[in-house]
Design a protein around this ligand. Structure first.
Ligand code: ATP
Ligand code: RIB
Length: 302
C-alpha cells in the first residue's frame, strides 16, 4: 500500500452561522460562533487518514493556543505530524468563515502557512506508489520543490489549485492530476465559466490543461464531478443529499481520491469513491471533523 503526503495549510476555522450572508456594509445577527480544525492541507490529510492510509502532513503552526489545539486534533486522527513545525513569531493560520443556508464565504489569514518553504518539504521520503498532494495556501516554491521530489521518486502528484490563482507552466508540468472547481478552472484557463454551465463546456475549457497525460477533475458541487481521463470525459453525478455546510467538500474529495490511489485503485473508481465521501462531508458542520471513515463511505456505496 502506498502512503499519502500532504504539504499544505493548517488553519483554525472561526465559523459564524447566520440565516443569510450580510451584504457589503451590512450587519446581520448570527446564530453561533464555532471553532473547527481546518485549512486545505489539514482537511485533505484528515480525509486521507480516515480512509486508513498512512498519511504525513507537512506544514507549519504558530506557537499559540490554536496551534496547540490543532496539533492535538490532528494527532488524534493518526496523521504523522513529524514534519509539522511550530514557528516562533508567526500566528497559526486562521480562516474567518460565514455559513448561511449551507453556503460559505471565507477569509484566510495565512500566518505560519506563509512560511512553509522548500526545506520543510525536503524531509518527505517518497516511494513509488505514494501520492503527494498540495494546494495554494502555502508558497508556490515549496509546492514545486515538493512535487519535484515526489516525481523523482515515482510518486503521483495531485494539485488542488485552490484558492484560485493562475499557475505557471513549470509547476503544472509537475502535476499528474489536477482537481479544481469551476472558479479555479476559470483562473487557470482564462475561460468565463459559471457554476450552472453545461458539463461539456467545462470539459472543453479543461482540455488545454491536459498536457501529455494529465487527468483533470472538475468538481461541480451538488452536480458531482467531471473528469478528463486519458482524453476521455467521465461524468460522475452528485449524490442527492441534504447539505448543511459545504466547507471542506473539495478537500474531502481530494483526500479521499489520494487515499484510493495510494491503495492502488484505478482513477475512475477512485473518483466515484471520492464523490461519495464528499457527499457525506457536506451533511456535517465543519471542515476537518466532517471527513468520513472508510466504513461510512462503504455504507453509502453499498
Ligand atoms: P469547498 O471550497 O467548499 O471545499 P469546492 O468548490 O472545492 O468546495 P465542490 O465542487 O463544491 O468543491 O464540492 C466538491 C465535491 O463535494 C463535489 O464534487 C461533490 O462530490 C461533493 N459535493 C459538494 N456539494 C455537494 C452537495 N450539495 N451534494 C452532494 N455532494 C456534494
Ligand atoms: O477548503 C476549506 C478550507 O479553506 C477551510 O477549512 C479554511 O481553513 C480554508 O483554508
Amino acid at each position: 500500500m502506498g502512503r499519502v503526503f500532504v504539504a499544505g495549510s493548517i488553519n483554525m476555522d472561526v465559523v459564524a452561522t447566520a440565516e443569510r450572508h450580510p451584504k457589503i456594509g451590512e450587519t446581520v445577527a448570527g446564530k453561533e460562533v464555532l471553532y473547527f480544525p481546518g485549512g486545505k492541507g489539514a482537511n485533505q490529510a484528515v480525509a486521507a487518514a480516515k480512509q486508513g492510509v498512512l498519511t504525513t502532513l507537512i506544514g507549519r503552526l504558530g506557537e499559540d493556543a490554536f496551534g496547540r489545539d490543532l496539533r492535538t486534533f490532528l494527532a488524534a486522527q493518526s496523521i504523522d505530524l513529524g514534519s509539522v513545525k511550530d514557528t516562533a513569531g508567526a500566528h497559526t493560520g486562521t480562516a474567518v468563515i460565514t455559513v448561511a443556508k449551507s453556503d460559505n464565504t471565507i477569509v484566510v489569514i495565512p500566518g505560519a502557512n506563509a512560511l512553509v518553504d522548500a526545506a520543510d518539504v525536503a524531509a518527505a521520503s517518497f516511494a513509488k506508489g505514494d501520492v503527494a498532494v498540495s494546494q495554494f495556501e502555502i508558497p508556490l516554491p515549496a509546492i514545486a520543490a515538493f512535487f519535484g521530489h515526489a516525481r523523482a521518486s515515482g510518486a503521483t502528484t495531485i494539485l488542488n489549485p485552490a484558492p484560485a490563482r493562475a499557475v505557471g507552466r513549470e509547476l503544472l508540468d509537475l502535476v499528474d492530476i489536477l482537481v479544481l472547481n469551476e472558479t479555479e478552472l476559470g483562473a487557470l484557463t482564462g475561460a468565463e465559466l459559471g457554476e450552472n454551465d453545461e458539463p461539456m463546456y467545462f470539459i472543453e475549457a479543461a482540455r488545454p490543461l491536459r498536457g501529455k497525460n494529465r487527468s483533470v477533475c472538475i468538481t461541480l458541487g451538488r452536480r458531482g464531478v467531471l473528469a478528463l481521463v486519458g482524453g476521455e470525459a467521465v461524468l460522475i453525478p452528485g449524490r442527492n443529499v441534504k447539505a448543511v455546510d459545504t466547507t471542506g467538500a473539495g478537500d474531502c474529495f481530494v483526500g479521499a481520491l489520494a487515499a484510493q490511489l495510494a491503495l492502488g485503485k484505478e482513477i475512475r473508481d477512485a473518483l466515484a469513491y471520492a464523490n461519495a465521501a464528499a457527499s457525506i462531508c457536506v451533511q456535517r458542520m465543519g471542515a476537518a471533523q466532517s471527513m468520513p471513515t472508510a466504513a461510512e463511505v462503504a455504507a453509502v456505496l453499498r
